[in-house]
Structures are given as C-alpha cells and as structure tokens.
Design a protein around this ligand. Structure first.
Ligand code: ZN
Length: 427
C-alpha cells in the first residue's frame, strides 16, 4: 500500500461510525413490489396490503444512494472509493456480504444507515486485476432500534490488470469436409476414430480421400482404443490462441494402432510418456480430442446431492438489469455491456444484493414463507453473466435451539458464483 493511500485510509478508519444517513424513501410497497417481481419471490408476506413486510434481503436497498447521488461528506466507503479511484483503482466488485436481521421492516418505517471503515487490505493480485479489499461495518436503524447490520467487502481494482479470461466459444474451428466429418462426429460421441482403407485395411491419419498405400478411394474408420505415447511435443507461449489459456502444450501422439495425431496435452509430459485421450466438449458443434497421462484423470465425482431441491435459474440480460435496478444499484457493470467490458468484464453481471435476494428466495421457497431469516453470510466467486444458468443447491448443516443452519451454493459455468451460510428459524 502506498503511504498516501495508507495515510488516508487510517484517517477514515479513525473517524469510526459516520453520522447516520436516512434513506431517500421510507420502506414502501412499490419498491417491495418492484423487488419481488424482479427476483421472482412470491412469498405472500411481501404482498402489498395491511400485513405487508419487506424482504430482509432488501435491508441495504432502503439506503442505497441512487443514480446520481450527492454523497454526504464523511461517508467512509465513499471516501475510501475516492482515494482508490484517484490511484487508478476505478472498478468495483462486491465480494462478501454478511448480514444479520433483527426483524423484518414494514412500509412507512424510515431506515437510517451508519457505517465505519473496518479495514483496507492490498494491493492484491486477483483474477480481475490488482486491487484493494475494502471492508465496512454497516448498521441500519429505525429510530434508536438497530434492525439489521452488515459486514460488507468490495474489491476495488485496476481494470485491465487481471488475468486474461479465456472465452472458449472463440476456440478455433476445424475445417470439416467429406474426408474428416467422421472424425468430428466421433469426438462428439466420445470416440477417437482412425480412417481405414476398405480395400487394403491400412489405417491413416490425418484423413484424406485416397489410400496412400493402394490408392483406393473406398474408406471407412475404426475406433481407436484411445491410448498412445508422446512421440514429440512443444510448448506454445505466444501469440495468443483464441479460446486457449497459455502456455499450451501440443504433442504428436503415436497411437497404439500405429498412426500419429497432433493434440493438446493437459499434463506435464516427457517424450515416451503413455497418454490417453479425453474429450473436451466446447459446445454443440465442437468436441476436441485431448490427451493426458492416465494418472492425471480427475477422480470421478460422486453424484452431488442436495437437501434442498436444486433450482436452475436461466440468466438473461433482462434479469440482470431489472434486479440491479430493483435493488437501486446503478453501477454500470450491471446494466451497460459496453461499459462493463470497458471495466474488463466479459458482459454485465448480477449484483451482490440480487444474489442475496435469490439465496433468500431459494431457502424460503423450500422452508416455507413463514421462515425467519436471522442471518446470511455470503461470499461471491465467479460472476453470473447473461446466457449462463445459475444453479442453486443447499444443505442443512445443523439444527440447535430452534436455529437451522443452511449452506447454499450457486454455480455458473465459470464455477461457484456464491457460497452462503444462513441461519433461519423454520416455521
Ligand atoms: Zn488401401
């Protein structure tokens, strides 16, 4: 940390809790409706009417500053953001959100927030770029009553300094023709096929129209056993190959059947090593034959089980944008793809308040609408982009004194999007 950043951060920390700031609007039915529609939460307790309650995951929404906020001087998170912006750390990502809820809120209540800066850690090299983790402690009050609290951590990073993300959909496509179509149809089925001359029986690779041995054009194929040894290999460091993480190891594999094939190897290899084929499905149109040493095959994972029935949520741009706005989060990375890409992201992505809302909905859809959520500690991982699917699973971890602890995982194609632990009182 540079001395200047350190000095400013220490000064902000030393201030302690800032003066409470009241939310722009009281808790109100229209904003609750907007939220429940965007999140798709049909819990009848959130239905407008005389008994309407606000979803606990909305705690932060009531004091969000808005699209063009006039920041009151002295707000610790904002002041810290300004310091880091000035040093070039201009992008922000929510990473952790640990909330506790004393009770639900009701329309008409006026919520205030007070926060203090807990710590700033960095600079750290992260997948998205070099940055600082900024943690604040926030409490929400109605009058003198504390109704909810939150430990909130964001990563403030320099765009363009992260590891380049690999877009597998950009993988270079093979030229498929009448001679080679059988090979790619094979990989799609998990078969490694070798062209065979139907006249003399000689095997050949790469495929071609004519037998090099007897010049017959009548051709078929055999399915290889999928084992061979490394005849030669090279490691490619540059230039960039679309869809591939560098460095990339390419081997000339001599199959037990006698032909040689060029393929990617995902192992540390030496010449003569025995390798076996595996099939890397890129998409519906392309499956690549790859190689690895037999001992390097990932262990077969046991069938995943979940106490809570899995929930598959298709992610669309509309979902990402509508939920961001319903949570009053106007960060451009949640609604403007061009600007999101300018910040080094592949596309827009779900915001942390929305993920919190989905996690709550997942648990209460299972446990029942009267379930009382006491706390939710949530850690974000891989971003949830449109056109992906977010799959929630959950397990009951423990039960004591009427409090049930539930772990929830939300996965996207890039990995775990969220890990959360909730404490709830079941009805
Ligand atoms: Zn032949």
């Amino acid at each position: 940390m540079t001395d200047e950043i350190l000095e400013r951060v220490e000064e902000i920390k030393a201030r302690g809790f800032a003066q409470a700031r009241e939310g722009n609007d009281p808790v109100n039915e229209p904003m609750i409706r907007h939220w429940t529609e965007a999140i798709g939460d049909t819990n009848p307790r959130w239905t407008p009417g005389p008994d309407c309650e606000a979803p606990p995951a909305m705690a932060q929404v009531w004091t969000m500053p808005g699209l063009n906020p006039e920041r009151p001087p002295g707000e610790p998170l904002w002041d810290t953001m300004v310091v880091l912006d000035g040093a070039g750390y201009t992008s922000v990502l929510g990473t952790n959100c640990d909330q506790t809820y004393a009770r639900t809120l009701r329309p008409g209540e006026r919520v205030s927030i007070s926060s203090r800066l807990e710590e700033v850690v960095g600079p750290k090299a992260t997948a998205v770029g070099e940055g600082y983790f900024v943690t604040t402690r926030n409490t929400w009050t109605v009058g003198d009553e504390e109704v909810a609290s939150m430990l909130f951590r964001v990563l403030k990073f320099k765009p363009g300094t992260g590891r380049p993300t690999v877009d597998r959909s950009k993988t270079v496509r093979p030229l498929v023709n009448r001679d080679s179509a059988f090979f790619w149809e094979g990989t799609a089925k998990g078969e490694l096929r070798i062209q065979k001359c139907n006249a003399c029986g000689v095997l050949r690779h790469p495929p071609g129209p004519v037998c090099p041995s007897c010049h017959a054009m009548d051709r078929g194929y055999v399915v290889a056993a999928g084992r061979g040894h490394v005849h030669s290999f090279l490691t490619h460091h540059a230039p960039v190959v679309p869809g591939k993480q560098l460095p990339l190891t390419l081997a000339l594999v001599e199959l037990d059947e006698g032909v040689r094939m060029v393929g990617e190897v995902d192992s540390d290899i030496a010449i003569g090593d025995v390798v076996e084929v595996w099939f890397d499905r890129i998409d519906d149109d392309l499956t690549l034959a790859q190689w690895r040493r037999p001992g390097d095959a990932p262990e077969a994972k046991p069938e995943e089980t979940s106490d809570l029935p899995a929930w598959e949520l298709p992610l669309t741009p509309t979902l990402v944008v509508s939920t961001a706005l319903a949570t009053r989060d106007f960060q451009d990375v949640h609604h403007d793809r061009d600007l999101a890409q300018g910040h080094g992201s592949k596309d827009i992505f779900l915001n942390i308040l929305t993920t919190t809302g989905f996690v709550h909905r997942f648990v209460t859809d299972w446990a029942g609408p009267q379930t009382q959520i006491l706390s939710c500690a949530l850690r974000l991982g891989a971003p949830a982009h449109p056109y992906d699917t977010l799959v929630f699973t959950g397990d009951v971890v423990s039960e004591s004194d009427g409090v049930t602890t539930i772990d929830v995982t939300g996965k996207v194609s890039l990995g775990n999007h969220v890990n959360a632990r909730l404490e709830v009182k079941l009805p």
